[in-house]
Ligand binder design. Structure first.
Ligand code: ACO
Length: 326
């Protein structure tokens, strides 16, 4: 059987660190509140003149280097992002041009923080269609530029970064075993950015009202997120006839440690097998999972044949999972 195997990973986070102590000087908050409510200690912030595609480009180059591939070898570049360089063209096209992946078809996926899993699911289908293809999947974000730095309810949570993986068709047991995707658009008001689109085109008024910033009902979203992560993880296990104990490592979307702990508890999944790096990066939206995949790969926390469970939720509301034999 042909499967889509992850042959390389790469990630990049901008060097500038913003700690909880820095935030204490910006809004009424405390390191103690942020760490106890979210698990975040610091996050990375991109420079003013940096675009999302710049972060994606660095992650892409690192993945290509690990794969030993040239940019021209890529057939697709699928980028999950909620903070694109521009409305159009897509951020993937900028990444394509910056790395010189002349042959690749590039497009973006917008499904909130779950975008990376949606992109991964598409990549799997492209490879099943033609196993000779090499497909790059990215999650890349500069959330700091859509964050209201006066809103303590959101500004402590988000960060910037990018992760990339490369998939190739391979005969055997290793690779993507399943993906499951869901959404409930009726819950859109839990997390949204109202300004700049066709509903509220950019104007002095939209800017004055701060409509170009994230709006979030954190408390309500918290409950939806716990249920979504638990349900979609259970769905993935059941589909693959697996039990929690069969999974070697779970990489959940890094939005809040308490959300992850509550979801893991609901499905009796041991926290020792859950990978967390939220402490260092905060919530980098669709980039959290590919950044984590790169870290576990480079730090030797996964080995060939391990079973990995990815699960995510995000604005939309969307949620999804993937099971991978590494
Ligand atoms: N510092 C200090 N106090 C704060 C802060 C802050 N940064 N933010 C809020 N508070 C206050 C509130 O004003 C409130 O005060 P009150 O009781 O006097 O009204 C109190 O803390 C409790 O607020 P809650 O919102 O109930 O706190 P909660 O325990 O729910 O934690 C949090 C808030 C961290 C935002 C949590 O709800 C959460 O993580 N929700 C999910 C958010 C999320 O995951 N978003 C992204 C998902 S999709 C994606 O990744 C793009």
């Amino acid at each position: 059987m042909i499967r889509s195997r992850i042959i390389a990973t790469g990630s990049y986070a901008p060097p500038k660190v913003l700690t909880n102590f820095d935030l204490e000087k910006m809004v009424e908050t405390s390191d103690e509140w942020i760490i106890s409510r979210s698990g975040i200690r610091e996050r990375r912030i991109a420079e003013k003149n940096t675009s999302t595609s710049d972060l994606g480009t660095q992650a892409a180059l690192r993945a290509l280097e690990m794969a030993g591939l040239a940019p021209e070898d890529l057939d697709f570049i699928i980028t999950g992002t909620n903070s694109p360089d521009m409305f159009f063209p897509c951020t993937g096209c900028f990444i394509q041009a910056k790395i010189g992946a002349k042959k690749a078809a590039a497009f973006d996926v917008s499904a909130g923080c779950t975008s990376f899993i949606h992109a991964l699911s598409l990549a799997d289908k492209f490879i099943k269609e033609d196993p000779s293809r090499k497909v790059m999947v990215l999650g890349a974000e500069i959330m700091s530029k859509v964050t209201d730095w006066t809103d303590r309810g959101t500004c402590v949570l988000f960060g910037d970064g990018a992760g990339a993986i490369i998939l190739a068709g391979e005969e055997g047991e290793r690779g993507i075993l399943s993906t499951h995707l869901h959404s409930d658009g009726a819950l859109w008001e839990l997390l949204y950015m109202p300004g700049g689109g066709s509903a509220n085109p950019s104007s002095h008024e939209t800017v004055d009202k701060g409509m170009h910033y994230i709006k979030m009902a954190g408390n309500q979203l918290f409950k939806v997120a716990v249920r979504a992560l638990a349900d979609v993880s259970q769905e993935a296990l059941k589909y693959n006839r697996l039990k929690s104990q069969d999974i070697d490592i779970m990489i959940p979307h890094q939005a809040n440690t308490r959300i992850i702990e509550a979801a893991a508890k609901l499905i009796s999944f041991p926290m020792e097998k859950v990978f967390l790096n939220i402490e260092k990066y905060g919530n980098t939206s669709s980039a959290t999972i590919p950044i984590a995949m790169d870290e576990v790969q480079r730090e030797g926390k996964v080995k060939a044949g391990d079973l990995m469970l990815l699960c995510s939720f995000g604005t939309g509301v969307t949620w999804g999972s993937a099971v991978i034999r590494w």
